[in-house]
Design a protein. Structure first.
Length: 299
């Protein structure tokens, strides 16, 4: 089954909801970065959240970036998503091995540690929106729940889960995101809080074979739950040799001169997907010449 996101409403539009199944895209990320199980779980949770939060955006060129910057061994996790279910991400330290936490689960909180959650939304305005909150647990879902309440003043509930198999591949991955709109009736709030307190973990629901629709039905059933849209989700990187070339042309001329003097090919890897791009000595010299010509052109 391919990955997808469900958008839904409940309580007469007072609750908006998202749910995702993200096994394939999380497995793609694991392979790209040769990630250890605990990093696969952390990055997979953040990728699921990023895809759902991206689906909230309206503009075709809108971009969302989420960074989890902790003092644990994982250090920084970065995820970028658009409004069409396309998401990509990378861990600063892909190979972290920790003992299970007190519940016998992968210790994502221990890998992340204490620090900051930052959300950047580029909505085509002069300046991007940047919101940041302190990490509450490092487990990602609770940290995002706190972020929405503290930074965007939107009461929310976030559930995320990744189940890694014995061979280190991704067995299950997904999550849900619920948000209360302004003026939500107290009765609906109480009913939702009661339901969330009773539901099993996301990985338990996924392991039972529940689809995103069924997860939301389990939480929002009896509240006028209705699916409004379904969009596909995938790990998709938009890197290319042309984009890497543009990035190289923005470095200092002295650095490009140094590479040209070495007269050796260079290899540059995309941080998001680990694709390697090679530039031979002639290409480097051609870029240097282009930089020199640009400097000599009158303004």
């Amino acid at each position: 089954m391919t990955d997808y996101i469900v958008r839904a409403t409940a309580a007469g539009g007072a609750v908006r909801a998202f749910a995702i199944t993200s096994k394939e895209l999380t497995e793609q990320a694991r392979k790209n970065h040769d990630a250890s199980p605990v990093i696969t779980a952390a990055l997979g949770r953040l990728l699921s959240a990023g895809a759902m939060m991206g689906a909230m955006m309206k503009g075709e060129k809108d971009l969302l970036t989420i960074q989890v910057m902790g003092d644990g061994p994982a250090k920084t996790l970065t995820v970028t998503a658009d409004a069409f279910g396309r998401v990509k991400g990378y861990p600063q330290n892909p190979q972290i091995d920790l003992p299970p936490n007190e519940k016998g689960k992968l210790d994502v909180g221990g890998a992340v540690g204490k620090g900051i959650l930052r959300v950047i939304k580029d909505l085509g305005l002069k300046e991007p929106y940047v919101g940041a909150t302190e990490l509450q647990t490092g487990e990602i879902a609770e940290d995002l729940t706190y972020y929405f309440a503290a930074s965007e003043q939107t009461p929310s509930a976030v559930g995320l889960g990744v189940l890694v198999d014995k061979d280190c591949s991704v067995r299950r991955s997904g999550g849900f995101l619920l948000q209360l709109m302004p003026d939500t009736p107290d009765e609906a709030v109480e009913k939702l809080e009661e339901k969330i307190a009773q539901i099993p973990s996301v990985t338990d629901m996924l392991e039972r074979g529940m689809t995103p629709e069924q997860m939301l039905e389990d939480i929002l059933g009896g509240m006028g739950f209705s699916v409004t849209d379904t969009i596909s989700a995938a790990f998709q990187c938009n890197c290319s040799k042309e984009r890497i070339t543009r990035a190289l042309l923005s470095i200092r001329t002295e650095d490009m001169q140094s590479m040209a003097d070495d007269n050796e090919p260079i290899e540059i890897k995309c941080r998001f997907c680990n694709t390697a791009y090679t530039f031979d000595a002639e290409e480097i010299k051609a870029m240097l010449a282009q930089m020199r010509q640009r400097q000599e052109e009158p303004e």
